[in-house]
Design a protein around this ligand. Structure first.
Ligand code: F0G
Length: 465
């Protein structure tokens, strides 16, 4: 078969209705929500692209596996099934289940990171950064230069800058090895546009970690999408299976944190995995204190079953081919309509350059909020601002806009069809055509930390009114 059309590699057995609303309904809902799409009732959203986390559709095999869940407190059969699948995939010795990714981060960082430490990464995700900073340490982003420029083209924009990493490790050595407790790399690089990291770059990190005797941990939330990008884009990798590539990637590292809500194809769950027995013992002790016994870690037995099956399905080639193509499909439609987005398309999301699209709205008037709100009012599409509201507030209360003001449209796994995505593109293009009429916002009320979740906004009056 040599047909060009890449189709959804599944048929649909169970459906969930979505609610159609009028523009007037949506405008009223947005006012009630304080002009913050996080505060909307999800029933008032038609196409929800807020996140790809925990929002995927499980397969009939996963739903079937739920009935196999063993809910024994200790030593449950479901744990051993989960452990065997994770061990086969990653090769790590110690597999510690957690209720989601950030719990794995908290356990790793609280047991291994101290005040004054520096943890390097390509780009830390916000929970990763927060869990390092809460220990009094610094989370340092060392993505390559191209990874910071929306329009720059590079097949692996998520790569870490190996020279910058080595410079930090040289400084660590000068300080007797007391500066850097571990090196992290996030695959794919969510905060940098869902961009992949190459095998060559990961091998480079391994070499540096060997030279300077540092443990290397992956933030592996989207490891399968990253493996497929390696297959598509990296020289000499085209004939390998995604599973084979993923296995090699994990075996370059000493451990990982994982949110099974992404490439675990599950609605909840995660794990922390590593080879070092001492680190694992300390981690399990904290796990028992805050998450649960080491064979369930805050999850039900049936969750462990769903994750085990999800990890097997996520590396299947027809799935990954559809997944990466369907995200690129939206990117192609937006790009050919002249909408500025981070190029090339990420694995799980499209990132619209709101600052580039709305040059008349200065960053401190939140172009990302203006765009996200307009997408909702125009067509009931919910995305998320990743810009000045999310990252611009300093501890001293001043506001410093980050490098970009983006709106992320994250695509839930196996949930929306091609016509849903056609509709999303139509809505974005309609908003883009009327972009000069969009106005900025001001914050009416906001908490001191993580303000984007709960802040209330107000549109600024039109010029001269
Ligand atoms: N690391 C990365 C790269 C992530 O994208 C996320 C979550 C986490 C860690 C934390 O995992 O949510 O299971 O605790 N990202 C979601 C998102 C929330 O919308 O991008 P978690």
């Amino acid at each position: 078969m040599h047909h060009k059309t890449i189709i959804e590699p599944f048929r649909i057995k169970s459906v969930e209705p979505i609610k159609f609303t009028t523009r007037a309904d949506r405008s009223a809902a947005l006012v009630d929500a304080g002009y913050n799409v996080f505060r909307l009732h999800a029933d008032d959203v038609l196409i929800d692209l807020l996140t790809d986390s925990g929002t995927g559709a499980m397969s009939s095999q996963q739903w079937g596996a739920l009935m196999q869940g063993d809910e024994s407190y200790a030593g449950s059969r479901s744990f051993y099934r989960f452990r065997d699948v994770v061990q086969d995939l990653t090769g790590f010795q110690h597999i510690i289940p957690t209720h989601q990714g950030r719990a794995a981060e908290r356990i790793l960082f609280h047991t291994q990171v101290r005040s004054g430490h520096v943890v390097p990464n390509n780009n830390h995700f916000d929970t990763t950064r927060a869990n390092i900073e809460v220990e009094g340490a610094e989370a340092r982003d060392l993505v390559i230069a191209e990874g910071r420029v929306p329009s720059a083209l590079h097949p692996f924009k998520g790569n870490i800058d190996l020279d910058a990493l080595e410079a930090l490790l040289v400084e660590d050595k000068r300080q007797g090895g007391r500066l850097v407790p571990l090196v992290m790399v996030t695959i794919t690089n969510n905060s940098g546009g869902g961009q992949p990291v190459s095998l060559e770059n990961l091998r480079g990190v391994r070499r540096l970690c060997d030279t300077y005797s540092k443990p290397f941990f992956l933030d592996a939330c989207r490891f399968a999408e990253n493996a497929y990008f390696i297959k598509l884009r990296e020289k000499g990798q085209g004939d390998r299976t995604p599973a084979d590539i993923a296995r090699e990637v994990f075996r370059l590292a000493d451990g990982c944190t994982m949110s099974a809500k992404k490439d675990g194809l599950a609605n909840i769950g995660g794990f922390l995995a590593m080879n070092d027995s001492q680190w694992a013992d300390t981690a399990r002790n904290l796990l028992i204190l805050t998450e649960g016994f080491p064979t369930y870690g805050g999850l039900a037995g049936y969750d462990l079953e769903a994750i085990a099956r999800g990890l097997e399905e996520v590396v299947e080639e027809p799935y990954l081919k559809y997944r990466i193509r369907s995200t690129a499909y939206l990117a192609d439609k937006l790009t050919s309509g002249g909408v500025p987005i981070i190029q090339p398309a990420g694995g799980h999301a499209i990132y619209i350059d709101a600052r580039g699209m709305l040059p008349h709205i200065p960053p401190v008037q939140y172009p990302g909020i203006a765009l996200a709100n307009a997408l909702y009012v125009e067509g009931g599409v919910r995305g998320v601002e990743i810009g000045t509201v999310m990252f611009g507030l300093r501890a001293d209360g001043t506001e410093v806009p980050p490098a970009m003001d983006l709106v992320r449209l994250a695509i839930p796994r196996r949930v929306y069809t091609q016509s849903h995505i056609d509709y999303v593109a139509e809505v974005v293009l309609a908003v883009a055509a009327a972009s000069v009429s969009l106005r900025g916002y001001r914050i009416v009320s906001a908490p001191a930390v993580l303000r984007h979740f709960t802040a209330r906004f107000e549109p600024l009056p039109e010029e001269g009114k």
